[in-house]
Design a protein around this ligand. Structure first.
Ligand SMILES: [Zn+2]
Ligand SMILES: [Zn+2]
Ligand SMILES: [Zn+2]
Length: 138
């Protein structure tokens, strides 16, 4: 089944669609870049930070969102693509523009697993490419 509505998308990820969750999900459906907690908060003009934070955590746990550390010191959230299991195989590069400070997922650019020394296991990798995006190049 290919989920069509936001509600279906949440249910597919085993997340009960509450009003708050639907709202946050809708926001991420429309957002093309990675966003910080502060940006989500500003968007909703929402004072109950705890609920918002809990919603984001639930989304990360249920592989709806993944987090990115782009070197700005603030954790960013971005939507997972359909079928993402947030495993090492789903790791992809991110691009951080030093001018507009937007961070985007480069979904097509998979992080190739490379050999670690014996006994080491890769759990996550923060692959962030920095530069200027198309909009900021001129
Ligand atoms: Zn994911
Ligand atoms: Zn830019
Ligand atoms: Zn990403």
């Amino acid at each position: 089944m290919i989920p069509q509505t936001i509600e279906e998308k949440l249910l597919l990820k085993k997340v009960k669609p509450t009003a708050m969750r639907l709202m946050v999900m809708e926001f991420f459906e429309k957002t093309k870049t990675a966003v910080s907690l502060r940006q989500v908060e500003d968007h909703f003009d929402y004072s109950d930070m705890t609920t918002l934070y809990r919603t984001l955590n639930t989304f990360v746990e249920n592989k709806i969102l993944h987090t990115i550390e782009d070197g700005t010191g603030v954790k960013k959230y971005a939507k997972c693509i359909q079928g993402c299991e947030c495993t090492v195989d789903d790791l992809h590069y991110h691009f951080h523009c030093i001018k507009c400070e937007e961070t985007i997922c480069l979904i097509e650019k998979k992080v190739k697993t490379f050999e670690l020394p014996d006994g080491f296991e890769m759990l996550e990798a923060n692959m962030v490419v920095k530069g200027t995006c198309l909009n900021c190049r001129h």
